[in-house]
Write a protein that binds this ligand. Sequence first.
Ligand SMILES: [Zn+2]
Length: 130
Amino acid sequence: MADDKLWVCIDCGARQATEGACQTCRHDLTLDTRDPKVRELMHDVDLRLSQRREGRARMIGVALGMAAIFGLWLVPGYWHLRGRLYPGLPMFIDQWIFMALIGFGVSKLLEKKLGKKRFPYLDQNHQIVG
Ligand SMILES: [Zn+2]
């Protein structure tokens, strides 16, 4: 535990030794990490940020999945190939499955890439580590 940096900025996640304005982002206020309520707030902020990232990643994934499949439909010979490589499924279910797989893959990849926490030094039990 970094005992010398007890004050945290909710806006940018920087920690510092002295109370008052954040020295990193100039936010007016830093909070005392010894207060359990402050650590709970930090946890909530990270949770909300990760939910927003997940939602955004999912939307991008769905959009890219649809664009990829609709794009394939325009490729000459695609429908012919679909009939020859595999019979295809009724109601274009195979197309929907491809779309979902691409969307899922893209959103998981994005979540991993963008999954940076504001307070990486806060553990699951709201304790400051490192
Ligand atoms: Zn700050």
